[in-house]
Design a protein around this ligand. Structure first.
Ligand SMILES: NC(=O)c1ccc[n+]([C@@H]2O[C@H](COP(=O)([O-])OP(=O)(O)OC[C@H]3O[C@@H](n4cnc5c(N)ncnc54)[C@H](OP(=O)(O)O)[C@@H]3O)[C@@H](O)[C@H]2O)c1
Length: 267
């Protein structure tokens, strides 16, 4: 359990979407937020909104796809405000396609940005964090709990993030570092799903980006292992999917999930 006040947060994906809400919420709780993304303009927009509510935000433009360059990112972040107390792995991309039509680069981009970068940032930050204490939060997805057709590299990356966190939590037990994963369903108002301009399946509904930001705060302050952010009660359905994956397929088909994903393939 950790107090957020005066803590240094390294937050990826801070230039727009859900990351903007996470930045603002953590800064309002007194954190010094170092926001990472490729878009300097987007980061500076977040900075000005955070400063309007009296928060502190530093822009750190960086492409996290460059896994071998991440040590440079960590050094740059440390040069801003010292050691990192909280790492929030929020940056992510999704690319819809029939699997055989992805390029090898498409698949590795999704895996690098969504999975390898969070793992590598953690690997780099962990030695100091183990001495000083800290918290790592990753934003995964319900797509990592049940595979999503036509978005399978994304599902693989998010499933990997959930299972990596699961193993790390056990490994970090009895240390000063805690680790959490957030699994949002469809998010309205901002972010990658909203930007796709399709309605969520009626039976699943959508949550707000602020709900994800609040879940990040709850994960840190109450040391939650995993938080699902979704309108309806999804846990029994996920449990059914574990017992019978094929029955789970029927349920998501009834909800219209594969149909919706197919619509999102860019022609
Ligand atoms: N929106 C949803 O419905 C939903 C549902 C479940 C889970 N999620 C997860 O929530 C997280 C945030 O998603 P979002 O909806 O806010 O998406 P978004 O609006 O597309 O924002 C993605 C963020 O990641 C950054 N990013 C992407 N590629 C990057 C790279 N190579 N290097 C550095 N930063 C990079 C983007 O900044 P730049 O483009 O400026 O680099 C942006 O700040 C993701 O992990 C996503 O998978 C979202």
């Amino acid at each position: 359990m950790m107090d957020i006040q005066n803590k240094t947060v390294l937050l990826t994906g801070a230039s727009r979407g859900i990351g903007f809400f996470i930045a603002k919420t953590l800064a309002q709780k007194g954190a010094i937020v170092i926001g990472v993304a490729r878009s300097e303009d987007g980061l500076n927009q977040t900075k000005s909104e955070v400063e309007k509510v009296g928060g502190v935000f530093h822009s750190l433009p960086f492409d996290i796809k460059n896994i071998n360059g991440l040590s440079e990112l960590v050094e740059k972040a440390k040069a801003i405000n010292g050691e990192i107390d909280i790492l929030v792995n929020n940056a992510g991309i999704e690319l819809y396609n029939e699997y055989q039509n992805y390029t090898a680069d498409d698949v590795s981009d999704v895996l690098n940005i969504n999975l390898h970068a969070p793992m590598e940032l953690t690997r780099l930050i962990l030695p100091t964090m183990l001495e000083r204490g800290g918290h790592i939060v990753s934003v995964a997805s319900l797509a990592g709990k049940k595979g999503v057709a036509y978005n399978t590299p994304y599902s693989a990356s998010k499933g990997g993030l959930i299972m990596w966190t699961d193993g790390m939590r056990q490994e970090l037990k009895d240390t000063k570092v805690n680790i959490s994963v957030i699994c949002p369903g469809y998010i309205s108002d901002a972010g990658m799903f909203y930007d796709g301009h399709v309605d969520p399946p009626a039976l699943l509904g959508s949550s707000k980006p602020q709900d994800v930001a609040d879940a990040v705060v709850k994960a840190i302050t109450q040391n939650k292992a995993e938080i699902i952010v979704n309108k309806g009660p999804i846990k029994p359905l996920l449990a059914i999917g574990q017992i019978s994956p094929v029955f789970g397929d029927t349920v998501v088909r009834k909800f219209g999930v594969p149909e919706l994903s197919k619509k999102r393939i860019k022609k």
